[in-house]
Design a protein around this ligand. Structure first.
Ligand code: SAH
Ligand code: SF4
Ligand code: F3S
Length: 469
């Protein structure tokens, strides 16, 4: 083949001719049905991307395996949010070196947020000669081109271009049959001072509402019972669309869909979480009365240095407004400990805040320096030792809150969407409440995928347990 499939001019759509050519080349390369292994690190956005990457691989004739050692095509979809992730991924890649020596037809690909960084792509190019394909976050729809190029022209492929729009029409091979991710936008414009995401995911771009609504309807028709709308800051959905649409309007439109299902969304940035949105959730049939509202810190000076654009008073006002509209609403949050310059007193403000709000789940992070972000240049870094002491303290405080909340559920009847097998014996089933609390119960496997009412009689440290009533 002498035609080069990769051009610098990035196509913003799928190319059916290239997909069928890639399929032919894949079939010629392997004398057996080819199998792919896809592993995704990082956030839900990455998990959703990986499902679409699997959709493309399926179009090219690949089946899927859980074992990288047996796979013909291995792909790691990487995350860059914290330091150290790089070594971990490259460790996984290194482990494949000898396997590939014995099976030279095997292809190894790396993509995602880490490889969007030029320095990392260069390092892989020079130090990992057995990696075949490397691309970033905005070009996975070009995977058929890249595979065709690699097999047909025998050249390693390094691609860092990024589509400006969200490419529509890519099928997904979904990991779950009860719950589905539904990306509504890509990128981030917020530039929180610690965060690498805007640099590796590019600027915010929203999908057209009719595409989102059509996909939601399709998922529900297929039997999905829970849909999570995804975006780095869903509250700024619609920016740049013509005619303009807000996230609250999208929520109201999606809520009109008929059926028995639940909807969630993440992430909601407190600076843009409007009262109109809270009203829309309160009045909705399908949206869970649960808001993931990452606060990051409980201190205004730290929040300012983080470039978050809200303060604790306005944050707490938002929480009490939501509670006044929905008496059953619950909240979860992300917290960073040890931001540069953070003092013991400022950290204690975070402890005070989490005791006041009583989140039902907390995702806690030790601050990690990301080169290229403004925080990386800040002084008075908190020592590793101090950061880990604070981190453990924070976990202990939240653990107490969760245990107390779980105890309070004893005797209550909760509506649960059963989504998997449980851990406590053969007939154990597990599911989640609207507030994302894990509930274990007992019954036939065929109940997975249905909503049931469970009367809680026991609190464990990872979940609450009860009987279906
Ligand atoms: N867009 C989402 C979060 C995306 S990243 C939001 O704004 O809430 C998920 C979480 O990773 C962040 O909320 C933050 O708590 C954490 N995080 C991001 N960069 C980090 C860093 N450099 N060090 C430690 N934690 C970080
Ligand atoms: Fe990162 Fe802030 Fe964007 Fe979230 S909103 S992805 S924390 S820059
Ligand atoms: Fe997500 Fe990690 Fe990228 S958190 S957006 S996969 S840097």
């Amino acid at each position: 083949m002498n035609k080069s499939f990769i051009t610098n001019d990035i196509k913003e759509q799928l190319d059916e001719y290239v997909i069928s050519r890639a399929k032919e080349l894949v079939a010629e390369r392997f004398d057996h049905p080819p199998m792919a292994y896809v592993h995704s690190f990082g956030c839900q956005q990455n998990a959703a991307d990986a499902e679409h990457i699997k959709g493309l691989l399926a179009l090219m004739g690949f089946g899927f395996t859980d074992m990288p050692d047996n796979a013909d095509f291995v792909l790691f979809n990487t995350c860059a949010v914290r330091e150290g992730a790089e070594d971990r991924v490259l460790g996984h890649v290194g482990a494949l070196k000898n396997i590939k020596r014995n099976r030279p037809d095997m292809m190894i690909a790396l993509c995602g947020c880490m490889t969007q960084q030029q320095t990392i792509a260069d390092k892989i190019k020079h130090s990992f000669p057995y990696v075949d394909i490397v691309f970033g976050t905005g070009s996975f729809h070009l995977l058929p081109q890249m595979i065709a190029e690699r097999i047909g022209n025998k050249k390693r492929v390094f691609y860092s271009g990024s589509a400006k729009s969200v490419v529509e029409g890519i099928p997904a091979v979904r990991d779950d049959s009860v719950k589905a991710w539904l990306p509504i936008m890509k990128g981030c414009d917020n530039f929180c001072s610690y965060c690498i995401v805007p640099y590796v995911r590019g600027r915010e771009v929203s999908r057209r509402p009719e595409m989102i609504i059509a996909e939601a309807k399709e998922l529900i028709a297929k039997g999905y019972k829970e849909i999570t709308l995804l975006g780095q800051n869903v509250n700024s959905y619609g920016k740049g669309l013509e005619p303009k649409v807000t996230f609250s309007e999208l929520v109201k439109e999606l809520d009109k869909i008929e059926g028995e299902f639940r909807m969630r969304f993440m992430t909601s940035h407190p600076k843009d979480c409007s009262r109109e949105l809270i009203d829309a959730i309160a009045e909705s049939k399908h949206f869970c009365h649960h808001i993931h509202l990452p606060v990051q810190s409980g201190n205004d000076v730290v929040l300012k240095a983080m470039n978050r654009h809200y303060n604790i008073d306005s944050y707490l006002e938002l929480i009490s407004y939501a509670r006044s509209k929905m008496d059953d609403v619950t909240f979860s949050s992300d917290i960073i400990v040890g931001f540069p310059g953070e003092t013991r007193e400022q950290f204690e403000d975070t402890l005070k805040l989490i005791k006041e709000v009583e989140y039902n789940a907390l995702f806690t992070f030790i601050y990690s320096k990301r080169n290229g972000t403004p925080a990386a240049k800040m002084e008075n870094v908190v020592s590793e030792k101090e950061k880990s002491v604070w981190f453990r303290e924070l976990l202990a405080v939240q653990q107490d809150i969760c245990e107390r909340q779980n105890q309070q559920m004893i005797g209550k009847t909760l509506r649960v969407l059963l989504d998997s097998e449980g851990k406590s014996g053969e007939d154990a089933l597990a599911g989640r409440t609207e507030g994302n609390i894990i509930v274990e119960t007992f019954g036939d496997r065929s109940l997975i995928g249905s909503f049931v009412n469970v009367k809680i009689d026991k609190a464990m440290n990872w979940a609450v347990q009860g009987t279906i009533v």
